[in-house]
Design a protein around this ligand. Structure first.
Ligand SMILES: NC(=O)c1ccc[n+]([C@@H]2O[C@H](COP(=O)([O-])OP(=O)(O)OC[C@H]3O[C@@H](n4cnc5c(N)ncnc54)[C@H](O)[C@@H]3O)[C@@H](O)[C@H]2O)c1
Length: 428
């Protein structure tokens, strides 16, 4: 292939939690970026230099737009003027818990008619092995009339974004890259090498896709393990948090994972099931994944059982009680509440007749989501709002510092977030 000379503009499709920080890192490295999104509001915000993600500063966007390095559009014909297109769109599960790669394929169909010969296309969205060199390749070739590996380069490089983490950044997190051909991989490695400190080349797109799934399955299984141990040790009167702190002192062969009210976010509750689905095609069963899923999705039920017990100790039924959830986000200090276990807890308590309120300094209003449209528009209330019980769902820093001991109602703590314990304190 006569590769298109490395133009200094690339396109990134999907200006969400993954695509936006990636775009900024490329800009900071001297590579100009056109951000593509079907969400016109995000496009408008970027072009005004305004952030819509809490942990990304507007000033960081404004600096790059003012310098002319960063621009955004909904018009996919912008792909005609770039040397590479990186795809960072959602990969959720459908209502049958099967992979929904429609966003990836829609993106492929949208860019294909504008794909310049010699361009590099990289998928970053988490998915099952075979998506890049199978379904995505098919739509790109069909829509462009070009041949992958011959007329354009094709690669997969999984995103390892961890929103809210300050100790590592897009620049310092090593980037795994697999290509359809060695040339595809090398081309992608050169591009990422401009923006990140370390590129880890692997032999194929499928190995790169499988690497990302291993990373997330590893988390899901280990979180399930400590969630199960929480219940076992609780029955024995042993504090699992103290056990983990002690085990953590072992300098080898142990990595700390922490129990909680259930999994949340766009990755860990979803990605493992991408492999489960694909494995069936090969007659393989993913028992660890299924078991971990079973344990983790049962955790909100456990929290609700503890809330019921706490209210009962206070001579109150769940029906008619007001329960305040402290934290809607799925992890501390971020504004991302997708797939949060708070929603499962909310639903279960309301089905028992409770009135459920929430406080979250990072989520003032619940946005419309595909999974829980019924909660859209609800607003965060002050933490001190009168309630019959408070459940700590997220360990925001603000909650760790809060004076829980001043509250008279039962406090149900699913995150070990309370240091000075109130009189009516329950672990969940
Ligand atoms: N959020 C994370 O922490 C994280 C970490 C690692 C990997 N990932 C993976 O990265 C991918 C993206 O996740 P995210 O959290 O950034 O999602 P997101 O929902 O925050 O952003 C996705 C963006 O894509 C846009 N979009 C959807 N369909 C489109 C289309 N056809 N054309 C153009 N734009 C389109 C949406 O409007 C949205 O702005 C997923 O596969 C996810 O599993 C996410």
């Amino acid at each position: 292939m006569t590769a298109k000379p490395e133009s200094d503009r690339i396109a990134i499709v999907g200006m969400g939690y993954v695509g936006l920080p990636l775009a900024l890192q490329f800009c900071r490295s001297g590579v100009s970026v056109t951000g593509l999104d079907i969400d016109a509001a995000k496009v408008a915000s970027i072009n005004k230099g305004e952030s819509y993600i809490r942990h990304i500063a507007s000033a960081d966007i404004a600096q790059e737009t003012a310098a002319g390095r960063f621009t955004a559009t909904t018009d996919f014909s912008a792909c005609r003027n770039v040397s590479a297109v990186l795809i960072c769109v959602p990969t959720p599960l459908d209502e049958h818990h099967a992979p929904d790669i429609s966003y990836v394929l829609d993106t492929g169909r949208a860019i294909a008619p504008h794909l310049p010969r010699g361009c590099l296309v990289v998928l970053e969205s988490t998915t099952y092995p075979g998506t890049t060199d199978g379904e995505l390749r098919d739509v790109l070739e069909a829509g462009s009339g070009l041949k992958a590996g011959v007329d354009f380069h094709l690669a997969f490089s999984p995103e390892r974004e961890d929103p809210g983490r300050t100790s590592s950044t897009v620049k310092t997190i090593p980037k795994v890259v697999g290509g359809l051909t060695p040339d595809c991989r090398d081309r992608a490695a050169v591009l990422y090498g401009r923006a990140v400190d370390q590129v880890v080349p692997v032999s194929s797109c499928r190995v790169a896709e499988a690497t990302k799934l291993l990373e997330n399955i590893f988390r899901s299984v280990n979180i399930a393990l400590v969630n199960e141990l929480k219940l076992v040790y609780e029955a024995m009167g042993i504090d699992v948090w103290e056990v983990i702190e002690a085990a953590k002192t072992k300098p080898f062969g142990f990595m700390a994972f922490y129990p909680g009210p259930g999994l949340g976010g766009h990755c860990i509750p979803i990605d493992p099931f991408y492999l489960t689905w694909k494995a069936r095609e090969f007659g393989q069963h993913t028992r660890f994944i299924e078991l971990a899923g079973e344990i983790n999705t049962a955790m909100p039920d456990y929290v609700v059982r503890v809330v019921t017990r706490a209210l009962n100790d206070d001579a109150k039924p769940v029906r008619g009680s007001t329960v305040l959830l402290a934290g809607l986000a799925y992890k501390p200090n971020v504004d991302d509440e997708r797939e949060s276990p708070a929603y499962a807890i909310m639903k279960k308590l309301e089905s028992l007749g409770a009135t459920v309120l929430y406080n979250d300094p990072f989520v003032p209003v619940i946005r419309p989501t595909r999974e829980h449209p019924e909660f859209a528009g609800r607003k965060s209330v002050p933490l001190t709002t009168a309630a019959d019980a408070v459940v700590i769902v997220t360990a925001h820093d603000e909650y760790r510092a809060f004076g829980w001991a001043t509250l008279a109602c039962p406090i149900i703590d699913s995150r070990n977030a309370v240091t000075a314990r109130p009189q009516k304190y329950y672990r969940a």
